[in-house]
Design a protein around this ligand. Sequence first.
Ligand code: HEM
Length: 306
Amino acid sequence: MDRKEIIEAIVQKYSQLGENPDTYLQGLLHAKPITYWDYIQVDTLLSLQNPRTPFVDEEIFIIYHQVTELVLKLISHEIKQICGECSPTEAEVGERITRANRYTSMLITSFAVMKDGMDYDDYNTFRLSLAPASGFQSVQFRQIELMCTRLPNLINSEGRKRMPAYPSIEDYFEHIYWRDAGMDRATGKKTLTLEQFESRYKPGLVQLAHQMQGNTLEEKVAALHALSPELKEKLKRFDRFYNIEWPKVHLQTARHYLDAKGEEKAATGGSAWKRYLHPMYQQRKFFPSLYTAQELQDWGRDDKEG
Ligand code: HEM
């Protein structure tokens, strides 16, 4: 396009909107050139780290959680594009899952920032000022699960024993695996961490689950005519990254700080974390139909890749 064509296209665009193109062309004369800092909102972004204690490593802890939330937003963005399409093609799904794998891999390979990057004693002191907050309360983590897979896949084998024969969405939420982190099933008593999380987010999550009925990534994939071995491999990698490898580096970090000397310190969220955080306990899988019986049985086992 030469300059004349560009101006004509602008004139046409605003004329079609019923606006006077000259107003907009003159407006351009006075518009300030965009800057990196305004566009990226650097000042706002860098003003969001507010440690609660004087320990310098607390800032690392906050920033790394924020980085994770942004990366979860990238993953969520890709999954939403697939789920929002009526009939996504194999190529579209493949491209977006490749991106999701790239993002999830960032989370796995960078987790050493937590495990090896903070002073052990300082962490174990400042974390006490953060109770009852816990990464457990990350809502994006749950939204991704609900977009990726059908609710039955978020119920572990103990939960399945408790489920009614024809469960409603609300029944699934009653027995969903992650409530095990904060609920005594015998008494129904909940930790403050779970209580806070559910009162803030449960209605929105239930609504999301309703919207996702028939539209989860798992169901979009099942609707493809044939699944190529390449796409199958990409999906399995995503499942493994999100549901085995990230949980494992996260659990190793919890062990490093909370159980290095076999003392099993209480977590800020108050869960029986050693058991709960293990992928074998959670049994969370997005695409169970892609696995052999053996692969399902070995899911998350320490000596297998799942
Ligand atoms: C020193 C670093 C960390 C330690 C020691 C740690 C420890 C824990 C523990 C013990 C739990 C179980 C819930 C509880 O009782 O609090 C938990 C849950 C969780 N944490 Fe962390 N965490 C760390 C860093 C992070 C980071 C950086 C994130 C990123 C957002 C994160 C996200 C989560 C999530 C999503 C859960 C729930 C997991 C699930 O339900 O499967 N954690 N964490």
